[in-house]
Design a protein around this ligand. Structure first.
Ligand code: GDP
Length: 476
């Protein structure tokens, strides 16, 4: 199997230009879209202290496997995102969680919002991303950043499963992260938690007492019921994940938020994922570079270093980076600048930002090369009945070469959120009696997402089958 230089860069969190340079050392002159074989990819990865293994799952043929000395690996706190339908209580729940904790820790302290909060339960930390919702989550994933370990799906007990509930759970599933369901607003007289369990079991989230493996917790963000229990369940799920990271290497993190502060210059909130970020480290994120001038923790306190799963505000970058960018600590500010310069040069190359996306036209070709194992589809239609009918018909199209997977199905126009999910999961979007809204259309063009619209179910099935057999008629 093969991987492009660009994808390898994304996988390793290393700028492609460095990979290109290393390949030159091996006498290979390649550009960013060139595909290299597994052996070469492995050699390069090893030079960066990372190992990769060949694994065929979820369209990812190369999986990251860091070569860490086991003695450097220590448990790290889980990173949690809160998702759910609008008005079901995501923001209130985050507030309740923070307040439960503030009283214990530092009453009266100024709680500064830096994009993520840390909470301590039974002596163990949990990190919450402050921007609730699956949109921000999937936008980061579309940029190649995997930040969240656990998703909390908030469902209002008096309202039930709504379109964005389904969207959120499908976004979390597509990212393959565990979901804990928080049934909120149980203080309300018309709350009906059993109905929520019933509804969610249709989407594969089955409570433990019904023989499934999804944890449900009844909470009230308003009346502060069940918050401690929810936090304990997060720790339980985190424990099963055995989250670990190397604390003793150069830091790598993800930009969660960034802004320009009049007095202090660019400020970035970084979630450190590996290694320890220290004052004075040379750093680079996208084309921003610099040196760590100051670090602040989630309580606004000055700190000297930050280890894995720590959100920190970082001062010292030359410009404001983009959320989802990878931040790397390098040997010096000088090296950081040279990487930034190389990236700026690379961006001038026309092919730099051309995404290599799946499309129905190229499906067969990619199948022949063994590059596609799953055909991920998002189905949007005018009625739930059509969504179900199309889902069932398409799933039957799977053959021994390719499995057709409907990663999300819903009623209504094709939205930006659908395009983002397609981008993050390399999917094609099918619209049945619905069209993309203008923003979605624009984004799809930019991200090169294949959107197909139909009026007859038979035509949908026919096109997918034809594409899988290499017989698709060109679109005019
Ligand atoms: P979000 O849109 O999901 O972030 O929802 P919000 O946190 O803004 O909450 C929406 C509304 O529901 C607000 O008016 C909250 O006061 C209310 N709300 C949130 N949690 C609860 C709860 O546990 N019980 C009750 N009764 N109301 C709640």
């Amino acid at each position: 199997s093969k991987i492009s230089v660009k994808d390898l860069g994304a996988l390793l969190g290393i700028e492609p230009v460095k990979i290109i340079k290393r390949l030159m050392n091996y006498g290979l002159m390649v550009n960013i879209n060139a595909e290299i074989d597994f052996e070469s990819a492995k050699k390069i990865a090893n030079e960066f202290d990372v190992d990769i293994v060949e694994e065929k799952q979820d369209n990812e043929e190369f999986m990251l496997e860091e070569v860490d000395d086991p003695k450097d690996l220590k448990p790290r706190p889980p990173v949690v995102t809160v998702m759910g339908h609008v008005d079901h209580g995501k923001t209130s729940l985050l507030d309740a969680i923070r307040q439960t904790n503030v009283t214990q820790q530092e009453a009266g302290g100024i709680t500064q919002h830096i994009g993520a909060s840390e909470v301590e339960v039974n002596g163990k930390k949990i990190v919450f991303l402050d921007t609730p919702g699956h949109e921000a989550f999937t936008a980061m994933r579309a940029r190649g950043a995997k930040v969240t370990d656990i998703a909390i799906l908030v469902v209002a007990a008096d309202d039930g499963v709504m379109p964005q509930t389904v969207e959120a759970l499908n976004h979390a599933k597509a990212a393959d992260i565990p979901i804990i369901v928080a049934i909120n607003k149980i203080d309300k007289p018309n709350a009906n938690p059993e109905r929520i369990k019933q509804q969610l079991s249709d989407y594969g989230l089955i409570p433990e007492e019904w023989g499934g493996d999804t944890i449900f917790v009844n909470v009230s963000a308003k009346a502060r019921i069940g918050i401690e229990q929810l936090l304990e369940m997060i720790l339980l799920v985190a424990e099963m994940q055995e989250l670990k990271a190397n604390y003793n290497c150069r830091a790598r993190g993800v930009i969660i938020e960034a802004k320009l502060d009049k007095g202090r210059g660019p400020i970035a909130t970084v979630l450190v994922q590996r290694g320890t970020l220290k004052l004075g480290d040379g750093i680079v994120a996208g084309t921003a570079y610099g040196k760590v001038r100051a670090l602040f923790d989630s309580h606004g306190k000055r700190i000297k270093s930050a280890g894995p799963s720590t959100p920190v505000e970082v001062l010292g970058l030359s410009e404001v980076p983009t959320a989802g960018d990878i931040l790397l600590a390098v040997s010096s500010e000088k090296e950081a600048k040279s990487i930034s310069d190389e990236r700026k040069n690379l961006q001038k190359e026309p092919e730099y930002d051309t995404p290599q996306r799946i499309s129905l036209d190229k499906l067969f070709e990619k199948m022949q090369k063994g590059e596609v194992k799953d055909l991920n589809l998002i189905v949007k239609a005018d009625t739930q009945g059509s969504v179900e009918a199309i889902k069932q018909a398409l799933e039957k199209c799977s053959n021994d070469q390719v499995q057709v997977k409907i990663i999300h199905g819903g009623v209504g126009a094709i939205t930006e959120s659908d395009v983002m999910l397609a981008s993050a999961s390399n999917a094609i979007i099918i619209g049945f009696n619905v069209r993309p809204d203008p923003n979605a259309k624009k984004m799809a063009e930019k991200e090169q997402i294949d959107i197909r619209t139909y009026r007859i179910i038979y035509d949908v099935v026919d096109d997918i089958q034809a594409a899988m057999e290499g017989m698709l008629e060109p679109e005019y």
